[in-house]
Design a binder for this molecule. Structure first.
Ligand SMILES: [Mg+2]
Length: 228
């Protein structure tokens, strides 16, 4: 049996980083005398999970449409800079869940659209490399030219299925439509988790095999549904 898990969402909580970058970019774009409405962290994260666009977030925060365009551009250039990655936190129940998978002997793979250097930073910060030997990591190369989330993830999945020996009892766990589509494209069962950047309405539209709160509950579900 094999479990392939996405990283950001099931294991890492990016909400603090994204909220910090949101505030930074808002401060950069606003005029000094312009009154703006800074969303609370809860409001901001609910919007991100509902897939509200960056421009719309900017407008809700009091920017003009033109400012919101600039806001989106600055935000996209800033959000993934290495200096902000230390703001990411581990989802509290994720470590025990990873330990549970490891102890069970199930093959565990991480599959993420982070670049190798971005994944390494998080692994070192939180000691997560113990769960994922080098040949169990699927991520983007540091110089890889990104082609879009769904295409990139579906290609990572294709590569993994070439590298790994076939296992009909393979499950994917992820927090966005990207994970669900990548798994479904290759006929792999997929569990959506709500600990990441999509809410129930968004995930439901893509019809994963199950939607649960977290990696920990995904593991419970998968272990209860093992077909040998
Ligand atoms: Mg994710």
């Amino acid at each position: 049996m094999r479990i392939i898990t996405d990283f950001d969402g099931p294991i890492m909580d990016l909400s603090d980083r994204y909220y910090h970058v949101y505030q930074l970019c808002l401060a950069q774009v606003r005029e000094p005398d312009q009154s703006i409405n800074i969303l609370t962290k809860a409001e901001f994260w609910a919007d991100k999970r509902a897939k509200i666009s960056e421009q719309q977030v900017g407008i809700k925060s009091g920017l003009t449409a033109a400012q919101a365009e600039t806001f989106k551009q600055i935000r996209d250039q800033t959000a993934h800079q290495l200096q902000y990655l230390s703001l990411d936190r581990v989802v509290p129940s994720a470590i025990p869940a990873l330990e549970q998978i490891q102890a069970s002997g199930v093959e565990l793979i991480v599959m993420t659209l982070r670049r190798n250097c971005e994944l390494t930073v998080a692994f070192e910060q939180y000691g997560l490399d113990r769960f994922f030997p080098l040949d169990r990591r699927y991520c983007l190369g540091d110089n890889y030219h990104k082609q879009g989330d769904i295409k990139d993830k579906t290609q990572l999945m294709a590569q993994a299925l070439i590298d790994l020996k076939p296992d009909p009892n393979t499950w994917m766990i992820g927090d966005t439509e990207t994970d669900i589509i990548a798994a479904q494209t290759h006929g792999i069962r997929v569990v959506g988790v709500l600990s990441g950047i999509r809410d129930l309405d968004r995930l439901t539209q893509y019809q994963p095999d199950r939607i649960v709160d977290s990696l920990a509950t995904a593991i419970d579900f998968i272990f209860a549904n093992i077909k040998d």
